[in-house]
Design a protein around this ligand. Structure first.
Ligand SMILES: Nc1ncnc2c1ncn2[C@@H]1O[C@H](COP(=O)(O)OP(=O)(O)OP(=O)(O)O)[C@@H](O)[C@H]1O
Length: 377
């Protein structure tokens, strides 16, 4: 949808902020521009809505040269969200969100109705509508910024470090919310961040830029983590990229052991049958209670309070291999507990078995990674 062809921006003082950048930004997906401070991310984003004009090269929107489109028409088709939200301090939340529809001549009632609908969509309580920005937390203000950018339903959303000024917990909430909204709305989003974890979490495609405004690599997060183009990208990705890459492998293929799972009232024969070093005891509904060693469990008299904690379970099919590994690492027995969507135990799996699954997933290579790219981290 948006194509950049050898785009360069040289500021009047001679600074080359962006150097011959070519990018195909896919339709209805999130493309993240990431890189160290001053590498030209913001300049690139602003060239897309013509707040900055390129010195050389061409940017096409649906095949049309941006230079041929009137700036007002262009900006109306592109929502813009910035750090600290940039809200109008003297306007209420509802009026902030209704700004663009009002500019487009929608009429007061319809604009406010739309603004109220968007508050719900971005997770803001309706009771906040009459407040002013200073009466909201930083995270709430960012939500207002997103709602305002979406108000006129533009096909493109440009987001410049929108979540950088909030604490990590609020930030995670905002990221999850953006992914949820994107699932519903399917916008073409260009998102600038200097945080590689945010880029890998949000991006369908990630453009890693280096100082001097040059593109270092343009790839899906899974491909980036498995095949960094050079030492700069590898360094930028950080030390634990191997573990992070596991987020893109599903846990559904793990072979679950079921005979190490026993109910509270298990008979002696059942306790002795599995040969496993630990048994996971379940309640009458099949939910986990805790681990016990077979020799410590007395048939018909298992005491839940005497069991080892089962840790955090994972859900095969929804969770990734990284989540399963994390459960196993945190489990006092080294075994991870798998549950279904209702929290009932479907089996258990050892660290060793997860390790084997990781090795075969890596061996299966990229084709498999692409297939499972939808798995949640
Ligand atoms: N108006 C300007 N005039 C001259 N140089 C500029 C101007 N705006 C930006 N620059 C320079 O262009 C380069 C790229 O800046 P830009 O803001 O695009 O980078 P960035 O990657 O978004 O940085 P950050 O992550 O720190 O926001 C920097 O060296 C910056 O100093």
């Amino acid at each position: 949808m948006i194509r950049m062809e050898s785009v360069t921006k040289r500021y009047p003082d001679g600074t080359v902020a962006v150097d011959r950048l070519s990018l195909d930004i896919p339709d209805r997906a999130i493309t993240v521009l990431v890189g160290p401070s001053g590498c030209g991310k913001t300049t690139t984003l602003r060239m897309i809505n013509r707040m900055v004009e390129p010195t050389e090269g061409t940017i096409l929107l649906d095949g049309e040269d941006l230079q041929r489109l009137p700036v007002t028409t262009l900006r109306r088709s592109m929502g813009y969200v910035i750090q600290n939200a940039g809200l109008f301090q003297h306007r209420t939340i509802l009026d902030n969100i209704a700004t663009v529809p009002r500019l487009l001549g929608w009429g007061k009632a319809r604009s406010r109705e739309r603004a109220a609908e968007l508050m719900g969509r971005v997770g803001l309580d309706a009771s906040l509508a009459g407040r002013y920005p200073y009466q909201l937390s930083g995270g709430q203000q960012q939500r207002v910024g997103v709602a305002r950018a979406l108000a006129a339903d533009p096909p493109v959303l440009l987001m410049d470090e929108p979540f950088s000024a909030v604490d990590p917990v609020v930030r995670k909430g905002l990221q999850d919310e953006l992914l949820r909204i994107q699932d519903e709305l399917g916008k073409t989003i260009v998102f600038v961040t200097h945080d590689i974890d945010e880029a890998v979490k949000l991006g369908t495609m990630v453009a890693v830029m280096r100082t001097g405004g040059r593109l270092a690599q343009f790839a899906s997060p899974a491909d980036l983590l498995s095949d960094p183009a050079d030492a700069f990208v590898e360094d930028f990705l950080g030390a634990d990229r191997g573990v992070r890459r596991l987020s893109f492998f599903p846990s559904a293929g793990l072979e679950l052991v079921t005979d190490a799972v026993v109910p509270l009232d298990a008979p002696a024969a059942r306790l002795a049958a599995s040969g496993a070093p630990y048994l996971l005891v379940t309640d009458p509904d099949g939910r986990p209670l805790g681990w016990g060693e077979p020799r410590d469990l007395i048939a018909g008299a298992i005491v839940p309070e005497g069991l080892l904690p089962y840790g955090r379970p994972f859900v095969p099919g929804t969770d990734s291999l990284r989540a399963a590994l994390d459960c196993a690492v945190l489990s006092p027995t080294g075994w991870a507990v798998a549950v279904d969507a209702d929290g009932r135990v479907s089996g258990v799996v050892s660290q060793q078995a997860i390790g084997e699954a990781i090795r075969s997933a890596h061996a299966a290579g990229r084709g498999d990674v692409a297939e499972v790219a939808e798995v949640a981290p």
